[in-house]
Design a protein around this ligand. Structure first.
Ligand SMILES: [Zn+2]
Length: 137
């Protein structure tokens, strides 16, 4: 099954509309494609107690995992400040680690400004020599 990259980016852009980022103004959307074709979306949710903030990528991942999904094919991430014309989002270290728990190193990751302007990479490129479940089991 070929990944519809534009559809995944559109889903991330739509999710970004729900971002709750009153403190940073850094609004992010993410869309995670499960192996069965379902797209799980997420946005960042900030809290006045900043450490309770959750990123868009983990929101999407935890939604999917909470609904029983354990296998994923692709992730699109969009967002930034309001004047994000040149923004290219990138998952933070915590999100990279959380994704590594459930995704293969070849997970396709789209770091997108819009449906036409994006960079393709893999989770393995974002988290080389990652520490994952296989090291613990
Ligand atoms: Zn993050």
């Amino acid at each position: 099954m070929k990944v519809d990259e534009q559809a995944l980016i559109r889903a991330a852009l739509a999710a970004r509309n729900n971002a709750y980022a009153p403190y940073s103004g850094f609004r992010v959307g993410a869309a995670l494609l499960a192996e069965d074709g379902t797209i799980y979306t997420g946005c960042n949710v900030e809290c006045a107690s900043f450490s309770a903030t959750n990123c868009a990528e983990r929101t999407a991942l935890f939604k999917a995992v909470s609904e029983g999904r354990r296998s994923f094919r692709a992730l699109a991430v969009v967002g930034g400040k309001e004047d994000w014309a040149d923004a290219q989002p990138s998952p933070c270290g915590v999100c990279r680690q959380a994704l590594y728990e459930f995704c293969q190193e070849d997970l396709l990751v789209l770091l997108a400004r819009d449906e036409e302007h994006f960079t393709r990479c893999t989770l393995g490129q974002l988290l080389p020599l990652g520490f994952g479940p296989e090291k613990v089991r």
